[in-house]
Design a protein around this ligand. Structure first.
Ligand SMILES: [Zn+2]
Length: 97
């Protein structure tokens, strides 16, 4: 059994967490975070690799400054679109600290 993994997803998730630590959003629920990730990932190149069942994915190639800059730019872009107008109604109940 072989597995496909898009490493860009991990890179975007990490970058988004770092970003949100510095600049919290109006709504930081899982839905909004997933929307932001989807938006950014659709605009970034996919970085797939294949591994066999049980094998650990190793992927360090793309941890360079150029990629990091592109990723952060797309996240900032996504946050502008989604962070300011969440795809769900925002009530106080839905906000997470
Ligand atoms: Zn939300």
């Amino acid at each position: 059994m072989y597995h496909l993994k898009n490493h860009m997803e991990d890179l975007v998730r990490e970058a988004l967490f770092d970003y949100l630590k510095q600049y919290p959003l109006k709504c930081m629920c899982e839905r909004c975070q997933a929307d932001i990730m989807a938006y950014a990932l659709n605009r970034l190149p996919a970085k797939y690799s294949v591994s066999q069942e049980g094998e650990v994915f190793t992927f360090l190639e793309n941890r360079n400054l150029t990629n990091q800059t592109k990723i952060l730019a797309e996240i900032a872009n996504a946050i502008q679109k989604i962070g300011n107008s969440p795809s769900h109604p925002v009530t106080d109940d839905h906000q997470t600290p």
